[in-house]
Design a protein around this ligand. Structure first.
Ligand SMILES: NC(=O)c1ccc[n+]([C@@H]2O[C@H](COP(=O)([O-])OP(=O)(O)OC[C@H]3O[C@@H](n4cnc5c(N)ncnc54)[C@H](O)[C@@H]3O)[C@@H](O)[C@H]2O)c1
Length: 287
């Protein structure tokens, strides 16, 4: 989608970080906005900070890991503006510790918010976007963790690799259907946002986050330091994402150095492929 002006964007996880930066970019491009987040107070504050015309802005609190709440978000967005042209499945949470020290609840929380949310978004928005028959775009926020696996982030890596796989699958399906709807998958490395403090928005039903063990603490600290030291800002990421969407780019990797890590990963995978000699034709039966 090249022309964003006066189109409608729905952005999840929009109360802060990359989601709020996407909202600023969308607003600057003349879009009408439906902003959603689990954190109601932060969402209200974000709405005020944006300074958008209230007639062009809707705030809708939702926990995107819950199917029914994403369904209600879609209902509200279409009821308010009659169409959705850009769906940003962006909400996500970070969590770091050794793989064996992720509890079952930790897995459910991280996979629910980071991966199921994208599936819910596609299920509840895409059919109605397709029915409109107009150009539209789905932007899924994955991560560099969707392409390379950093130690200490097992559930996060798994969730984001799932988002990349889901995005690739969706793109192939839409291309096969000659759909005017495009897909992009955003894969940033570390960006200074609130992601290292995601426990603040961990729903009660998952129980409180257990303190990290001595063995896990360095991973937790590494994530916090890496996030806070991120060189590209959330606004940089959002600008790069909009420019890439306007070019119709699928993979969006704002950090150049990730390309090298991706190449190394896939070179190792490709080198591991076993080269079986082509099957020999069986000799002609002798009389
Ligand atoms: N910051 C980074 O280093 C980084 C790198 C790569 C990818 N990402 C991804 O970017 C996206 C945005 O994260 P961010 O870095 O801006 O972090 P952030 O914590 O600043 O923002 C995430 C937002 O998601 C909301 N949220 C959390 N759980 C939710 C739920 N269940 N339902 C609805 N909203 C929920 C939070 O309230 C918050 O406003 C995430 O998908 C994250 O995985 C971040």
């Amino acid at each position: 989608m090249q022309d964003f002006s006066d189109r409608v964007a729905v952005i999840t996880g929009a109360a802060g970080g990359i989601g709020l930066a996407l909202a600023r970019q969308a607003l600057a491009r003349g879009m009408r906005l439906v902003l959603s987040d689990l954190d109601r107070d932060a969402l209200q504050a974000a709405g005020r900070a944006l300074g958008a015309d209230p007639a062009r802005l809707q705030l809708h609190a939702a926990d995107v890991s819950r199917d029914a709440e994403v369904a209600a978000l879609a209902e509200a967005a279409f009821a308010r503006f009659g169409a959705v042209h850009l769906l940003c499945n962006n909400a996500g949470v970070g969590f770091s510790r050794l793989a064996a020290e992720h509890s079952a609840a930790d897995w459910e929380w991280v996979i629910g918010v980071n991966l199921f949310s994208v599936a819910h978004g596609i299920r509840h928005f895409l059919p109605r976007m397709q029915a409109a028959g107009a150009p539209a775009h789905v932007l899924n926020t994955a991560s560099a963790a969707g392409l390379v696996s950093t130690p200490g982030l097992s559930a996060y890596n798994a969730s984001k690799q799932g988002v990349v796989a889901l995005s690739e699958t969706l793109r192939a399906e839409l291309v096969a259907q000659h759909s005017p709807i495009e897909v992009s998958v955003l894969c940033p490395a570390w960006v200074p946002t609130g992601i290292h403090a995601s426990s603040r928005v961990r729903p009660e039903r998952y129980g409180a986050t257990e303190p990290a063990s001595e063995a896990s603490r360095p991973y937790e600290q590494t994530m916090e330091h890496a996030v806070l030291a991120g060189r590209l800002s959330a606004d940089d990421i959002a600008r790069i994402a909009f420019e890439a969407m306007a070019r119709g780019q699928f993979y969006i990797l704002p950090h150049a150095r990730i390309g090298q890590a991706v190449q190394e990963r896939f070179a190792e995978i490709a080198a591991a492929a076993v080269h079986t000699p082509a099957a020999q034709p069986s000799p002609a039966p002798t009389p």
